[in-house]
Every structure is written in structure tokens, then in C-alpha cells.
Design a protein around this ligand. Structure first.
Ligand code: SAH
Length: 281
């Protein structure tokens, strides 16, 4: 299969014995970076995670594909296995592409994999990707920052390596300090998380959204409030992967749900924050 050349640029070469640790974006293959595409064209082997789209893998027809997604078992041992598999492949002289969902350094254990490579003397390159907490929300029409809403955004994980709600998060500090919260892996512990935030004083009517399978044809969005979040998730048929967003940014979807606009629906509210003043600057 002949492939169209990449645009002119001094593209780096994926050399034998190297591992490129690469983000694949949140789902839509079009959200891949050109560095990722350049890597797919050169790889001998692609070690990929569960959330990487088949179309993306098809862009490396020459490469062997190895699935490294979750299949149960002890997560920590599993992670070590994956990292050591990368070491073995590199030592066998392969051009190795390690493809992870979103961005490899955002709740993706990419740091651990890179450390293992370093410890074994394997050369590596990091290729960032569009993280689900940013790109996924954008596909739902939710800007993670908006001048009239927030000057900061807090990214959180909804569970730690044991699968529990993370004990290391100071929920009171988060509740008091975080303007907008973007929570990865938060579905399972949504009730616990919402409960902590409410107990620490976040208002029950604060806007909240759940964005499932963001950027894919199966994208589903639930708009709710912090107080109703857990009940509404339970009453829905929504399944992970999902990003939770808590904060007034969620209101912007009433104006910026661009997929609904593209389908011919009028905006529900062109000025959800009441800051545009229609005709103002
Ligand atoms: N490195 C990834 C995150 C890995 S953790 C990134 O930067 O995006 C896996 C979690 O990411 C999922 O549980 C979910 O919370 C989120 N996620 C990844 N892809 C998603 C998608 N398409 N839609 C919604 N959430 C997604």
C-alpha cells in the first residue's frame, strides 16, 4: 500500500532499538498529531492501549500490533509487564511505537514507562497527544477555560492505582480552590467525589457534565448539576470512558455545542453566562 507523503518537514526517524511513547488523542483519528502519523509510518511494532481507534492502527499496515490494554489481573504487575515488553522489543532491534490514549503523560502512566526505558538504557522520544480532558470537552462544546468563567482548571483522577477514590486528594482544598474541575476515570466514584465536594461547600446547583466516548461517533453528553450528578449517571446508560466536568464552563455548551449546530439545531442559548450583551465587544 503506497501512502501519501507527509507535508514537507524534517521528520524525525524512528530508529531500530528506539521506543517512541506517543499519544493517540481521545478517539477521533483526526486528532492524532503529525508526529504520531510519522511514527505509525515507520514502526515495526505498535504496542497499543484499549482506547486507541482501529483506524489509527490501520495507518501502520506494515507493523505488528500488540494489545496492551486492561485484561484484568493485578494492575501494577501488568504495567511492569508492558514496560518490560517495550524494553525487550527495543533490545530486539525493533522500531517500537507505544501508542496510548490521549496524552501519554496525563493519567496515562507514560512517565512510568519512560522511567523503565531509561533504567534499561533504551532510547525514547515522547510525542504528546490531545488529552481527553481538553479535546473531549471541546467536542462537547465545553471550553476548559473561558475568560468569563475561570482563570485556572484542575485536572483530577477519580481513582488511584488501587481502584479506590484517591485518598491523596484534599477534597476541601479542591472544593475551595478549583474553579473548574475536569475529572478523569470519575464515573465509578462519582457519588463519592460529588459528596466530598458538596460537603466542602460547592453548591448543589453547580453545573456538571459527563462526556462519554468523547470525539467518537458514540459520544454522549449528560448535562446536570453537582447535586444530581451521581443519581443522573445511575439513571442513565452511560458507560466509561468518560470525563466529568464541574463548573460554569458546562453552561457554555448551551451556546457552543457545535455538533448540534452542525446538525442544524439552533443554539439553546447564545449567551449562557449573560456576559456577551449582544452587540458589545
Ligand atoms: N492519557 C489519557 C487518559 C488516560 S486515563 C488522556 O490524556 O486522555 C483513561 C481515562 O481518560 C478514562 O477513564 C476517561 O476518564 C478518559 N478518557 C479517555 N478517552 C476518553 C474519551 N474518548 N471520552 C471520554 N473520556 C475519555
Amino acid at each position: 500500500m503506497t501512502q501519501a507523503p507527509l507535508p514537507p518537514y524534517d521528520w524525525p526517524e524512528l530508529l531500530p532499538g528506539w521506543v517512541w511513547l506517543c499519544g493517540a488523542g481521545p478517539g477521533d483519528p483526526g486528532l492524532l498529531t503529525l508526529h504520531a502519523l510519522n511514527a505509525l509510518r515507520q514502526a515495526d511494532v505498535v504496542v497499543y492501549d484499549a482506547l486507541v481507534a482501529q483506524e489509527i492502527l490501520d495507518w501502520a499496515p506494515q507493523a505488528e500490533k500488540l494489545y496492551a490494554g486492561k485484561r484484568g489481573g493485578k494492575p501494577s504487575a501488568k504495567q511492569a509487564d508492558i514496560s518490560l515488553q517495550l524494553v525487550d522489543l527495543a533490545r530486539a532491534g525493533k522500531r517500537v511505537l507505544r501508542l496510548k490514549g490521549g496524552d501519554p503523560f496525563v493519567f496515562g502512566r507514560g512517565g512510568e514507562e519512560a522511567q523503565t526505558l531509561l533504567a534499561h538504557g533504551v532510547n525514547f522520544r515522547i510525542i504528546p497527544g490531545i488529552s481527553a480532558g481538553i479535546g473531549g470537552l471541546a467536542y462537547a462544546g465545553i471550553p476548559v477555560t473561558h475568560r468569563d468563567v475561570n482563570q485556572s482548571v484542575t485536572f483530577l483522577t477519580g481513582h488511584d492505582h488501587t481502584g479506590q477514590a484517591p485518598g491523596s486528594i484534599n477534597w476541601r482544598a479542591v472544593a475551595e480552590g478549583a474553579q473548574v474541575l475536569v475529572i478523569y476515570m470519575g464515573m465509578k466514584h462519582a457519588r463519592h467525589i460529588a459528596g466530598e465536594l458538596l460537603a466542602a461547600g460547592r453548591p448543589a446547583d453547580e453545573p456538571a457534565a459527563v462526556v462519554c466516548n468523547a470525539t467518537t461517533p458514540d459520544q454522549q453528553v449528560l448535562e446536570t448539576t453537582l447535586g444530581r450528578l451521581a443519581d443522573d449517571i445511575e439513571a442513565s446508560d452511560l458507560q466509561p470512558p468518560a470525563i466529568l466536568c464541574i463548573g460554569r464552563s458546562v453552561l457554555m455548551r448551551q451556546a457552543l455545542d457545535w455538533q448540534a449546530l452542525a446538525a442544524g439545531q439552533p443554539p439553546r442559548n447564545p449567551d449562557p453566562l449573560g456576559t456577551m450583551g449582544f452587540g458589545g465587544d
